[in-house]
Design a protein around this ligand. Structure first.
Ligand code: B12
Ligand code: SF4
Length: 473
C-alpha cells in the first residue's frame, strides 16, 4: 500500500483530488492537509508519512506549491506529484527544481498506476499522462484515451476534506455532471484541452442521470448538504438530458441548487427557466463577458448575441429566478466606453448578482496571443507573471486601463444602484487606491453571500483568510 498526501493552501473542496482519492483508496491511502507555510504540514508529514505529496494546481497557485514542494522534498525526501490545469497547459513545469512527476489531463487512472508501481517497487516512468523526472532524464508520456463513460469513476471522496472543520461553510457542495465543453471562447483553455486529447476519444461526456442522482442522494443523506452547486462548464448542455434529470431531481432529491448555463441555450426553449425553477434552482449564473457584441464575438469568440442575453434575462425574470452574470473588463481592444456598456447591459437586464473580473492574460490562450500580437502585452509574458487575483489590476497596456481598473471596483455598485453612475464616472478619474479596493471587497462579499446563500460568518472568515492580498497590495 502506498500513501498519497494532497496539500493545498485554499480552504475549498477541489473535485479533482476528491475523484483521485476515491479511485486510489481502493488499495492505497490518501489524505489531504490545508496550510500556508511548509511548517504547517510538519505534523501531517511526520504522522501520515506519505510516499507522494501531491498538489492540484491552477496557474497562479503553482508558485506556492513549488515553494512548499521544494522544502518538503529537501526535508523528507518525498516524491512530488503535480496535476490540474497548470501542469496540463504548462508541461514545462516538469523542469522546475522540486518537481518529480506531473500529470496532464485526467488523473484518476494515472495516479492509481503510479501508486501501484511504487507499491510494487516497479519502474513508473512509462505511465500514460505522466511526465516523470529521474536521474536518467525526463520521460514525457502521451495522454491515454479518455474514458467514454464517466460513470466508471467512483464518486468523489467527500471524506477527503473532513479536516477543513467547522470553520468552513460546507452547506453548499460542488458536483459535476459532465466533463468538457463544446464552445471555443478565446480566453479559456478548452481549445487547448481538446488539442491535448485530439484523436483520444470523445471530449464532451455526460454522466448518466442514475449515477448523478445516486451521488446526490449520498450527499444529502450522509453529508447534510443544503445546496448543490453544479459546477459543469455548461450545466445541461444536452436539453433532453437536462429535462429528464430535473424531473427525477425534483422527485428524489429536492435540494436547492445553483448552476451555470449559457444564455443562448436557455433562449432555445421558453420553458427552460421555469423547469429549472420548479426543480429547486435558486440562482442561475451565465456569462455576458462584454456588453459590446463586437468584443464578445469577434475578440472573445463567445458566439453569443445581445438578443440571447436579453432573452435569457427576460425568461429568468418571468420565472422568478435570480441570476448572476459573469463579466470581464480590461479586455484587448476595449475602451472605457465599452466597459461602461458592459455595466449598462447589466443594468438593462436587471442582473441580480453582477460579477466582474479584470482580464487575466493566461499565456497560450487565443486571447492572450491576440493581446501580444496587438502590443497590449509583452511577447515574453509568462505564467509566473499572472497576478494572484483577477480583482486587483490589469497587466495590459490599454489607453484607459487605470480608469477601467477603477470601474471594476464600482461595477457591482453601479449595476445594483444605477443612480450612482454619474458619481462612478467622476470617481474613476482618481488614481487606483486602497479605499476603492476596500469598497469593492464589501460589495463583492455582499453580492456573493446573497447569490450563494452561504453562512455569513463562515464566508466572512473564508474571505478574510483567502483575499488578504486584495488589501495588502
Ligand atoms: C470549480 C473551479 C474552481 C474552484 C475550485 C478549483 C478546483 N481546482 O477544483 C475555485 C473557485 C477555487 C476556482 C478558482 C480559480 N480558478 Co477555477 N475552475 C473551476 C472549474 C469550473 C471546475 C474544476 C473542477 O472541479 N473540474 C472537475 C474535476 C474532476 O476536474 P479537474 O479539477 O480538472 O481534475 C482532474 C484533472 O485536472 C486531474 N487533476 C487535478 N488535480 C490533480 C492533482 C494531481 C496530483 C493529479 C495527478 C491530477 C490532478 O485529475 C482530475 C480528475 O480527472 C474549472 C473548469 C473545468 N472545467 O475544469 C476552472 C479552472 C480550473 N479555473 C481556472 C482558473 C483560471 C481559476 C482561478 C486562477 C481564477 C482566478 N484568476 O482567480 C482561480 C484560482 C484560485 C486559486 N487561489 O488558486 C482555469 C485554470 C486555468 C489554469 N491555467 O490554471 C479553469 C481550467 C477554467 C478555464 N477553463 O480556464 N476554480
Ligand atoms: S463556455 Fe465556458 S468552458 Fe466553454 S469555452 Fe467558453 S468559457 Fe470555456
Amino acid at each position: 500500500m502506498a500513501k498519497l498526501l494532497f496539500l493545498q493552501n485554499l480552504e475549498y473542496e477541489f473535485l479533482g483530488p476528491m475523484y483521485i482519492s476515491s479511485m486510489v483508496k481502493v488499495r492505497h491511502e490518501c489524505s489531504l492537509a490545508v496550510g500556508s507555510a511548509a511548517g504547517d504540514f510538519a505534523s501531517v508529514m511526520e504522522t501520515f508519512k506519505p510516499d507522494v505529496v501531491a498538489f492540484s494546481i491552477m496557474t497562479g497557485s503553482h508558485r506556492w506549491s513549488l515553494n512548499i514542494a521544494r522544502v518538503l522534498k529537501a526535508k523528507y525526501n518525498v516524491l512530488t506529484l503535480f496535476g490540474g490545469a497548470h501542469p496540463t497547459f504548462f508541461p514545462e513545469f516538469i523542469d522546475e527544481e522540486g518537481v518529480d512527476v506531473i500529470c496532464r489531463g485526467e488523473g484518476e487512472d494515472a495516479t492509481l498506476d503510479l501508486l501501484d508501481a511504487l507499491d510494487a517497487g516497479k519502474d513508473f516512468s512509462g505511465i500514460g499522462n505522466l511526465y516523470v523526472k529521474q536521474k536518467s532524464g525526463i520521460t514525457r508520456n502521451p495522454v491515454r484515451t479518455l474514458n467514454k463513460e464517466l460513470d466508471v469513476y467512483p464518486f468523489p471522496d467527500r471524506e477527503l476534506y473532513k479536516e477543513l472543520g467547522p470553520g468552513t461553510d460546507r452547506s453548499v457542495r460542488n458536483i459535476i455532471t459532465s466533463r468538457g465543453c463544446m464552445f471555443h471562447c478565446s480566453f479559456c483553455f478548452e481549445d487547448s484541452i481538446r488539442e491535448l486529447y485530439k484523436d483520444k476519444g470523445q471530449h464532451v461526456r455526460v454522466r448518466s442521470i442514475g449515477k448523478v442522482i445516486e451521488e446526490l442522494r449520498e450527499l444529502k443523506e450522509k453529508h447534510g448538504v443544503r445546496t448543490v452547486y453544479f459546477c459543469d462548464d455548461v450545466f445541461g448542455i444536452n436539453r433532453k438530458w437536462l429535462y429528464e434529470f430535473l424531473d427525477v431531481y425534483k422527485k428524489e432529491i429536492g435540494l436547492d441548487f445553483l448552476c451555470l448555463v449559457r444564455a443562448d441555450i436557455m433562449c432555445s426553449d421558453e420553458n427552460y427557466a421555469v423547469k429549472l425553477k420548479e426543480a429547486g434552482c435558486k440562482s442561475v449564473f451565465f456569462g455576458i463577458e462584454s456588453g459590446s457584441e463586437r468584443l464578445r464575438n469577434s475578440v472573445l469568440n463567445k458566439n453569443l448575441k445581445d438578443k440571447d442575453i436579453y432573452g435569457a434575462a427576460r425568461m429568468l425574470h418571468k420565472a422568478g429566478l435570480p441570476f448572476r452574470t459573469y463579466n470581464i473588463v480590461g479586455l484587448p481592444d476595449e475602451t472605457l466606453e465599452d466597459a461602461f456598456n458592459t455595466v449598462k447591459m447589466n443594468i438593462a437586464i436587471k442582473a441580480d448578482y453582477p460579477w466582474c473580473s479584470i482580464f487575466s492574460p493566461y499565456p497560450r490562450t487565443a486571447l492572450t496571443l491576440y493581446a501580444q500580437q496587438k502590443g497590449y502585452l509583452s511577447r515574453d509574458f509568462s505564467p509566473d507573471a499572472i497576478s494572484g487575483s483577477f480583482f486587483i489590476d490589469s497587466q495590459l497596456k490599454l489607453p484607459d486601463i487605470r480608469r477601467i481598473e477603477n470601474l471594476h471596483k464600482f461595477f457591482q455598485t453601479a449595476v445594483l444602484a444605477p443612480w450612482t453612475l454619474p458619481l462612478v464616472r467622476m470617481l474613476i478619474k482618481l488614481p487606483p487606491n486602497l479605499m476603492f479596493r476596500l469598497w469593492f471587497g464589501i460589495i463583492y462579499f455582499y453580492v456573493f453571500l446573497k447569490s450563494e446563500k452561504r453562512s455569513f460568518f463562515k464566508t466572512l472568515g473564508f474571505a478574510l483568510r483567502s483575499y488578504r492580498h486584495l488589501l495588502e497590495k
